[in-house]
Design a protein around this ligand. Structure first.
Ligand code: G3P
Ligand code: CA
Length: 269
């Protein structure tokens, strides 16, 4: 079905195995690990009292039974919310009951790092900084401090790095590259500027992270990124024909809500 690949494509579980379990919960990440994902993707935001939590949206309204902006809530406020029960509401008879608070309460990045450390196998983490401009460097600073505590940001271990930081914000990546040059950075993009068209990434960015639509609509783009020496990590790739396209283009990582399905398509499950 697909031509021979030169390398093993990394399969990254987007917000965990988020098609099967509520996104960004322990349940979703445990499922992704069980499914055999090579890496886990998560978005991080700062709470009002300075904790990094894994939440995609600015507000908690969509994914919990609470309301309000993450940045205006303290960790204790978030811990009182249910981040599981919204999942599958539209198809309640078919979907499992996501009500176990030990699996579906708010997930701190620290807890996710513990889960990975305890997994017993190599699992990489792709951490995305959300709205880093609002906090003027605090997100990156807290993030690097936490990674240092887990021994994941030391220059001595740069060659075996299991963590990378991603962002749509070039400024955020520049801050990371300046404070912790050993951590790989991924520049996320959904539109093409002239400079990107030539395969040039902003200063501080090492890996290219185009959205699948960009890849579909600009057939030569991945090749140009490769020619410019960048690895290419594509998001969010859920459809078999898009997986097929990524394989054909030789991308280095596929970020997907369906890690099990993608691994199976790649002949690895
Ligand atoms: O992995 C990158 C991708 O997650 C970016 O989009 O909105 O899902 O965070 P979003
Ligand atoms: Ca993300």
């Amino acid at each position: 079905m697909t031509p021979a690949r030169q390398h093993r494509i990394q399969v990254v579980a987007h917000r965990g195995a988020s098609e099967d379990a509520p996104e960004h919960t322990l349940a979703a990440y445990m499922k992704a690990i069980e499914d055999g994902a090579d890496a886990l993707e998560c978005d991080v935001r700062l709470t009002a009292d300075g904790h990094l939590v894994c939440v995609h949206d600015r507000r908690v309204n969509r994914t919990s039974n609470g309301r309000g902006a993450v940045s205006a809530l303290e960790l204790a406020d978030l811990a009182a919310l249910d981040f599981g029960n919204w999942k599958g509401r539209e198809d309640a008879t078919e979907s499992p009951d996501w009500r176990d608070p030990s699996l579906t309460s708010v997930l701190t990045l620290e807890r996710l790092l513990e889960l990975v450390a305890d997994s017993g196998r190599r699992i990489e983490l792709a951490i995305e900084t959300k709205h880093p401009t609002r906090w003027a460097g605090q997100v990156e600073q807290r993030l690097i401090e936490l990674l240092e505590r887990f021994g994941l940001a030391s220059p001595e271990r740069a060659s075996e790095s299991t963590v990378r930081i991603m962002s749509f914000s070039a400024r955020s990546l520049h801050r990371v590259a300046t404070a912790a040059p050993c951590i790989p950075t991924v520049y996320l993009m959904q539109f093409l500027s002239l400079r990107l068209r030539d395969g040039r990434l902003p200063a501080g960015a090492r890996i290219a992270g185009p959205g699948i639509r960009l890849v579909r609509n600009h057939p030569g783009f991945v090749e140009r990124l490769h020619q410019a020496g960048h690895r290419v990590h594509v998001w969010t790739v859920d459809e078999p024909e898009d997986v097929e396209l990524c394989v054909r283009l030789g991308v280095e990582a596929i970020i997907t809500n369906r890690p099990k399905q993608v691994l199976s398509q790649l002949g690895r499950a």
